[in-house]
Design a protein around this ligand. Structure first.
Ligand code: COA
Length: 164
């Protein structure tokens, strides 16, 4: 029913419009966006889902971040058009993109989001990882793409635009 494809430059503004529709106004004021400023999204991981009429139904993007000296994927934004929510597309976008992330050699992924939703996909609270304020620490979640990959990873999340 849905076709998943890597996001292209031509998709960019359509995906932005979907995010504007799905998120509260002012989404770009969130601290997670400061980690995306001046940093390109991760090549090959951002996906779009189109329905049978080729209409954009969902999208997911990733940016690279640093936690201490370690690299991690920052998942998001992910959104599904309201007419397609609850059909499993959010989960499909998350699992398919993370499976590609594993293939590309990424070890760990984090996000800021609702634990009751992301826990279904193996995400758990990252107690030692600190997002820029203002972020509710309860919403800082991670998942290992390689066993043990979050073990011993702690500290402030920094932008890839900063020096390593
Ligand atoms: C969150 C979102 C991407 C989920 O996409 P989706 O395709 O509807 O999700 P799925 O079909 O995979 O899963 C649906 C299930 O998740 C639940 N769910 C959705 N959002 C949830 C949330 N924020 N907290 C807890 N559960 C949630 C639904 O109730 C549903 O539960 P059920 O399977 O028991 O009926 C989509 O609802 C969306 O775009 N929301 C607005 C943007 C947003 O909040 N993005 C996430 C940022 S943290």
């Amino acid at each position: 029913m849905f076709t998943l494809a890597q996001e292209t430059d031509q998709d960019w503004w359509e995906v932005e419009a979907l995010y504007d529709l799905c998120f509260a106004p002012g989404r770009e004021a969130l601290s997670s966006y400061r980690l995306r400023d001046d940093v390109p999204p991760v090549t090959g991981l951002s996906l779009v889902a189109r329905d049978g009429q080729d209409i954009l139904a969902g999208a997911i993007r990733y940016w690279p971040v640093r936690v201490g000296t370690f690299e991690a994927l920052l998942l998001g934004p992910v959104a599904v058009h309201p007419t397609h929510q609850g059909e499993g597309l959010g989960g499909l976008l998350i699992e398919e993109s993370l499976s590609r992330g594993v293939d590309f050699g990424w070890d760990r992924v984090m996000l800021v989001g609702d634990a009751p939703y992301y826990r279904k996909f193996g995400f758990a609270r990252l107690g030692d990882v600190i997002m820029p304020p203002p972020t509710n620490p309860e919403r800082v979640l991670g998942r290992e793409l390689r066993p043990g990959a979050w073990h011993g990873v702690a500290g402030h999340v920094r932008s890839f635009a900063e020096e390593a």
